[in-house]
Design a protein around this ligand. Structure first.
Ligand SMILES: Cc1ncc(C[n+]2csc(CCOP(=O)(O)OP(=O)(O)O)c2C)c(N)n1
Length: 305
């Protein structure tokens, strides 16, 4: 059975189900939605992280398609190996997408060199980073994608410290700077946009990267029924953005082409977004104002591209 969403063929079948994710887990929604687009012949690789921890509980394996766990740092390298093996068997890449699902720690920190190498070789792989903004599986430690002010177990918040002191790394821009054929940002709050980008990525040969914001109620301190709403709000208040980069091979533009998919005339309140999450509870009004100022600077830059 198949349904059409945004004129694209999406399977009704569930390919990622029965897993042990926490209630309201955004990462599991991203994996489930992506596999509905890629279909049962997609081959997945997942490093250590929440999605492998909740998806591979023998004998209750939760992937209906082929899936493998990789060492923490090695997602992209394992994807490259699988792709080479399929090529040696004469399989067509458009039939079986080789896809990785890795968290922000596994992508922006420990897995970055493997990802960079795979993009440099332009291996025919799709790498999806589900960004829950911390190392969640091991108990909420800060990663380089944890935003300023977020409380984690390694960036505590109280009277003398107000959570994470560093800014979120712009991994999408780092990936785009490689001249990759296709990269995009997404949010599970805008699911058709995300699924459309998965479909587009699967149709492009060479390396592809998707970065999807996927809230984690356990780590963010919000209700388990708020995941999708918060994932929408982070885009609407401008602290995240929906964009695409198409490298010179795809766009024909030297240096590649950047597209903002959503450019709101007015943003919703940054303070309201931050204040509804327990992880930002210690932020002062001045710090909230500085986050808003950072957003405005970022958007001046994005709109100039
Ligand atoms: C080399 C290595 N270091 C540390 C670990 C322990 N470890 C397993 S999962 C994990 C956290 C993963 O965080 P992230 O990649 O952000 O994914 P999430 O858990 O948030 O889904 C860590 C530190 C490991 N498995 N291997």
């Amino acid at each position: 059975m198949a349904a059409k969403v945004n004129a694209r063929t999406i399977t009704d079948d569930e390919l990622f189900f029965g897993h042990k994710a926490c209630a309201g887990c955004g990462g599991s929604l991203a994996v489930r939605a992506a596999l509905k687009v890629l279909g049962p012949r997609a081959i997945c690789a997942l490093p250590a992280g929440c999605m492998s921890a909740v998806g591979f509980n023998f004998p209750q394996l939760c992937f209906a398609n082929n899936a493998i766990i990789t060492p923490f740092a090695a997602t992209a390298a394992v994807l490259s190996g699988i792709e080479a093996g399929l090529r040696a068997q004469g399989k067509k890449p458009e039939d079986c997408t080789v896809v990785g699902f890795a968290g922000d720690g596994g992508t922006a920190d420990i897995g970055l060199q493997a990802l960079s190498g795979a993009i440099d070789r332009n291996d025919d792989i799709l790498y999806i980073c589900y960004d829950n903004e911390a190392y969640m599986n091991t108990g909420i430690q800060k990663s380089s994608l944890t935003p300023f002010g977020a409380k984690t177990t390694t960036t505590p918040a109280g009277k003398n410290a107000h959570g994470c002191l560093t800014q979120k790394k712009s991994l999408f821009e780092i990936v785009a700077a490689h001249g990759i054929p296709y990269a995009a940002t997404a949010s599970i709050g805008y699911l058709p946009d995300f699924m459309g980008k998965v479909q587009k990525a699967a149709s492009i040969r060479g390396a592809k990267y998707l970065h999807v914001i996927a809230p984690c109620p356990t780590g963010w301190g919000c209700g388990v029924d708020e995941t999708v709403e918060i994932a929408k709000e982070v885009v609407d208040c401008g602290l995240w953005y929906l964009a695409e980069y198409e490298g010179p091979q795809v766009s024909g533009v030297p240096g590649g082409k950047f597209t903002l998919n959503r450019d709101p005339k007015e943003f919703t309140s940054v303070a309201a977004y931050l204040r509804r999450q327990g992880r930002f509870r210690a932020l002062s009004d001045e710090e909230v104002a500085s986050v808003e100022q950072g957003r405005d600077e970022k958007w001046r830059y994005l709109r100039s591209l």
